[in-house]
Design a protein around this ligand. Structure first.
Ligand code: 3H9
Length: 706
């Protein structure tokens, strides 16, 4: 037998234990080993039933995603599961950990499912741009009904075992020794001669209310705008309700193969691995001992500080919140309590868990309250002198091992670090607002930051549910630096005569969560102006592209908060075109001598904004601010509403072809002039395009890409 699977027979029951760390992915050798063992059990007359389980921390996380770029080598997972389901001897599956994708499809192809209490099951394939393709869309509705299957498959959520039992996806949940329980069940089923095959069931007609499929697709068109896999999953579930299982399984396989070959799925798979690769820092060995972090000080109880505190408390850390004034502290604490309470209202968290979390929050009106914490996150407003003062004080107040992090988004962290007695323990932790919701965390490495400080901060980021990406120091780090170029083009387009809606709409139809003008209104034109104003030395000396934002600021049109900005917001949220804003921009453009163009195509709007973004990304790679192109993709998809199904800006650039982008740069340069080097391509972009290479090649050549 293979090392990937152990096989034993215990008193008539064959026990197959898959052992393919870390997550028991069902790679081809594993499938092969299962098939061999399964056939041995079928032909052994002494065997009356089978148990399938997994070794290690989890049952299987599904198909091996790394195999998806090559043709399938048999036995394929769908075929293997069909064989198992057809077995005359009962097959019981024993689940633990996260039983996902093909792992869960294997489970629902077996005749009886037992899970230990902590198990979570799910079909998260939509997050990879796929549908469950090994029978999941046909078998799950037969077990739990169409409506519940649509919810489970289109959200891909991990369902806790007790809920899965209630839904009908599991047969039993046990408190301990799931394999022993499975062996007993197999024996029981063999003696009663009862084998229940999921595919022989009908989907409960009561679970198929009229119009459910159409309604689900309409809802998904809003909730998962642009994603192909979720509505495709609804189609496949409909087949389960309307065709015999054999036909449904065949159609599911065809659709699954089509999706697997699609750019959307490739893009989402790219991001899956990119997120995990981002945690690996080439010069920081994975054996690096990380510093223990149990208590964290948060300085500043404003929206950002309170949001950060919520993330920390949710991860069961102890938090000391520091402010200078009692009422600011009280407001921050109230905001934290409200946010934790919302999870209780939504049924996500039990009231006693919320209470325990709140009990781990303490506060202080003085930095001396941070004497014993393991890590400090400073989240006060962006003022270099203030931050310098805080860090210089922290150096003497905190223990020597305490990591000192700043949440600055624009300031030079090296300057801040220099003021502490040990700059080696200073790091940037750039959260995005609202901090308890946004996934991205840029971890900023300063000149002297110690390796274990980086490793600890990245690990803490993961622990609090963030997607950490390492950035070097430099204005705007990775995300905001690139944003500058993207927004610049959007603002130039406004001056050339495009309305805000004309700029935003092609980018939103293309997949951006929000167009750049709407984003500026949401973030606040006042905030953008003040940031710009403080940082003019880092921006091009171009008198033009900041004009639209500066005009909005001067007119008190701060965006949503004042109900007027590039758009108007009569109800404070819903945007509408605003002729006054358009007139203001037109006169500003006239003042600086920019003529209104007769028309601007949607394609030009897309290309100018996105190519400017990509070019800055290439420059950041050249400058060593970003380690990998795939890190940039993670930053933009986790933090800036870049559509996951396009894989991030650098992946998108590869799909277009870098030579095409280079050509567009030449055209834009000759059409719009290049006084400020906007259309000078980054040297990396040029060299890759000339060599016929991609950013993915660059990653792979240097440090092993995705
Ligand atoms: C599928 O099943 C298709 C079928 O429907 C149809 C087939 C015909 N394959 O996330 P972690 C690696 S599609 C290959 O850090 P955690 C991962 O890259 C699949 N590798 O751990 C990482 O490698 P490294 C549907 C995988 O504890 C290491 O394992 N299933 C796979 O934070 C540890 O991963 C899914 O979408 C895989 N399937 O989280 C589940 N899964 O150490 C995807 C993980 O080199 N997986 N790796 O960086 C997950 O959601 C999480 O990994 C899991 C564990 C929750 C399981």
């Amino acid at each position: 037998m293979s090392k990937l699977l152990s096989y034993s027979v215990e008193d008539g029951i064959a026990v197959l234990i898959i052992d393919n760390p870390p997550v028991n992915a069902l790679s081809q050798p594993v499938r092969h080993a299962i098939q061999d063992a399964f056939q041995a059990a079928q032909t052994d007359d002494a065997v009356v039933g089978l148990v399938i389980a997994c070794a290690g921390r989890t049952f299987s996380a599904g198909a091996d995603i790394r195999e998806f770029n090559a043709p399938v080598k048999g036995p394929s997972l769908p075929v293997l599961i069909d064989e198992i389901e057809a077995s005359k001897k009962p097959v019981v599956v024993a689940l633990h950990g996260t039983t996902l994708g093909g792992g869960f499809e294997l489970a629902i192809g077996c005749h009886y499912r037992i899970a230990d209490e902590g198990t979570r099951v799910g079909l998260p394939e939509v997050h990879l741009g796929l549908i469950p393709g090994a029978g999941g869309t046909q078998r799950l509705p037969r077990l739990i009904g169409a409506e519940a299957a649509i919810e489970a498959i289109t959200t891909g959520r991990h369902i806790p075992a007790p809920e899965a039992l209630e839904l009908g996806a599991l047969d039993e949940v046990v408190g301990s020794d799931v394999i022993a329980s499975a062996i007993s069940a197999a024996r029981r089923l063999s003696s009663s001669n009862k084998v229940k095959r999921t595919c022989s069931r009908e989907v409960d007609p009561e679970s198929i209310p009229d119009g459910i499929f159409q309604k689900s697709k309409v809802a998904l068109a809003k909730r998962r705008r642009g994603f192909n896999a979720p509505p495709a999953a609804v189609d496949a579930i409909e087949w389960a309700c309307s065709t015999p299982s054999r036909d449904g399984l065949k159609r599911e396989r065809e659709l699954s193969s089509q999706l697997k070959a699609s750019v959307q799925s490739k893009a989402q798979r790219h991001l899956f691995f990119a997120e995990r690769l981002a945690l690996k820092i080439p010069d920081i060995p994975k054996e690096t001992v990380i510093r223990p972090v149990e208590s964290v000080g948060v300085i500043g109880a404003g929206t950002m500080g309170a949001g950060i505190a919520v993330c920390l408390l949710n991860a069961d850390l102890t938090v000391v919140l520091v402010e200078t004034k009692q009422d600011a502290l009280d407001q921050g604490i109230a905001q934290i309590a409200k946010s934790l309470g919302r999870d209780v209202d939504r049924g996500r968290v039990a009231p006693e868990v919320r209470d325990a979390r709140l009990a781990r929050l303490s506060n202080a009106l003085d930095l001396r309250g941070l004497q014993t914490v393991d890590l400090v996150i400073e989240a006060v407003f962006e003022s270099l002198p203030l931050k310098k003062q805080i860090f210089s004080d922290l150096g003497s107040i905190c223990r020597e091992s305490t990591i000192l992090a700043t949440n600055t988004s624009t300031l030079d962290i090296n300057e801040i670090a220099a003021l502490t007695n040990s700059p080696q323990r200073v790091v940037g932790m750039h959260f995005f607002s609202p901090a308890n919701i946004m996934k991205l965390l840029e971890v900023v490495r300063c000149d002297e930051t110690e390796k274990d400080v980086i490793a600890t901060t990245m690990s803490l980021g993961r622990r609090i549910g963030k997607v950490p990406v390492l950035s070097g120091t430099g204005y705007g780090f990775i995300g905001n630096r690139m944003l500058e170029d993207y927004v610049r083009e959007s603002q130039m387009l406004l001056l050339e005569g495009a309305d805000p809606a004309q700029v935003d709409s092609p980018l939103e139809s293309w997949g951006m969560a929000m167009g750049p003008c709407a984003v500026m209104d949401l973030a606040g034109q006042d905030v953008s102006f003040l940031t710009r104003d403080q940082n003019r030395k880092f921006l091009p000396a171009d008198p033009r592209y900041c004009v639209p934002g500066d005009v909005m600021y001067a007119e008190g049109r701060f965006g949503q908060k004042t109900r007027k900005g590039f758009y108007q917001y009569p109800d404070g949220r819903t945007r509408q075109d605003d002729p006054d804003a358009i007139t203001l921009m037109r006169s500003a453009a006239d003042r600086i001598g920019i003529e209104k163009r007769a028309s601007i195509s949607q394609q030009e709007i897309l290309d100018r904004c996105l190519y400017a973004l990509i070019n800055r990304g290439a420059q950041l790679l050249d400058d060593g601010i970003a380690l990998r192109a795939s890190d940039i993709d993670v930053v933009w998809s986790a933090g800036y509403g870049f559509p996951a199904y396009r894989g991030g800006p650098m992946f998108y650039a590869d799909t277009i072809g870098l030579d095409m982008i280079l050509k567009a740069f030449e055209n834009f340069g000759s059409q719009f002039g290049n006084e400020y080097d906007y259309w000078t391509p980054a040297p990396l972009l040029v060299s890759l395009a000339q060599a016929g290479k991609t950013f993915a090649n660059w990653d792979a050549d240097r440090i092993g890409g995705v």
